[in-house]
Design a protein around this ligand. Structure first.
Ligand code: AKB
Length: 331
């Protein structure tokens, strides 16, 4: 019996050694809770520490380890990395495009100073670092249909500027110090987990909420504004797959990934297949100018070639799954 026990302990230790211990910053935002779920299923609940500066809801507390972490507090981050024996850092803390314009000094601190902290931390402790980038890292002077990986990047939002900075700094740390920095440029991400907030692509989440509650949606973009979009499950899978690609297989450190591209008018038409009475008014505001400077279609041929990226959800698949999820919630 003792031998068996010793063997089991040994196997568990071996198992733990094989599995990365992961810390996610900004984990209560749009992507963190979902990614924590997926990575915990893969690597074990205890091996993923969710962090943020806000008080977590009960479900988060019950789902696994959660710790307070302010990405502007370098010492606190060091303490967490050492005490929790972290191997991978997934850095989700950021102010998105629209909210960033409303509070530029805060966006500079969170998006730029925060990034400097996680870069240094990852260098000091030899962590594998993932930082998401975005379609927002391009601007009016970039080719918009399609937008390749390597092209002109002159964004005019603080969010976009901070993301170009993150891409360049991460790549610099990779070449200069050998840091295993990885970044994916995400399209607008659509999810039913958390209510949308702060982005320019958020109308494409809001329209579902409105369709299933009031039946009325006011869209802040023109009906013909085409933007790249992706369903959250594809986005989360892309992070997991990308983090597992052997280092030598990656030809780039920052890849575009694409799934679908649509306009407000096109998504509304698809939603009306489930909610025919949905009424929509268009009232473009300052977010229109941001959207007009972003890619319409992303060219992700490099991701498809180098690490077999493939999306699963197109527009009709996305609308079906969003309606199913939210209908359950509003039942
Ligand atoms: C935003 O709209 O700001 C984000 C993004 C596309 O990065 N969803």
């Amino acid at each position: 019996v003792e031998n068996l026990h010793a063997e089991q302990v040994h196997m568990e230790q071996h198992d733990l050694a094989e599995k990365p211990r992961i810390l996610v910053t900004g984990s209560l935002g749009q992507l963190g809770t979902g990614l924590a779920r997926v990575l915990r299923e893969k690597y074990g609940t205890e091996n993923l520490i969710m962090t943020d500066i806000i008080r977590p809801p009960k479900e988060v507390i019950e789902s696994g380890p959660y710790r307070y972490a302010d990405i502007l507090d370098f010492k606190n981050l060091q303490e967490l990395v050492v005490n929790c024996r972290i191997d991978w850092l997934i850095h989700f803390s950021a102010l998105l495009s629209a909210i960033g314009e409303a509070n530029i000094p805060l966006a500079m601190r969170v998006n730029i100073e925060g990034l400097h902290n996680v870069l240094e931390l990852s260098r000091q402790y030899d962590l594998k670092l993932f930082v998401p980038s975005t379609i927002g890292a391009f601007g009016k002077t970039s080719p918009r249909n399609p937008t390749p990986d390597l092209t002109i990047q002159r964004p005019r939002t603080i969010y976009g500027v901070s993301k170009v900075h993150a891409e360049l700094m991460g790549e610099y740390y990779h070449h200069r110090f050998g840091l295993d920095f990885r970044s994916l440029r995400f399209p607008g991400i659509i999810s039913a987990d958390t209510p949308p907030g702060g982005g320019t692509t958020d109308y494409a989440c809001q329209v579902f909420w409105d369709a299933l509650t009031t039946g009325r949606h006011e869209c802040y973009l023109r009906p013909d504004t085409r933007l790249p979009m992706m369903y959250i499950d594809d986005c989360l899978r892309s992070v997991v797959e990308f983090m597992e690609v052997p280092d030598e297989q990656l030809k780039l450190r920052t890849y575009n990934i694409h799934a679908m591209s649509f306009t407000p008018e096109e998504i509304v038409e698809e939603v009306r297949k489930y909610v025919p009475h949905l009424e929509v008014k268009y009232k473009p505001d300052s977010r229109q100018e941001i959207a007009d400077s972003w890619p319409m279609v992303f060219d992700d041929a490099n991701a498809r070639r180098d690490w077999n990226w493939n999306h699963e959800y197109d527009l009709s698949g996305l609308v079906k799954v969003m309606i199913e999820h939210l209908a359950k919630r509003f039942d």
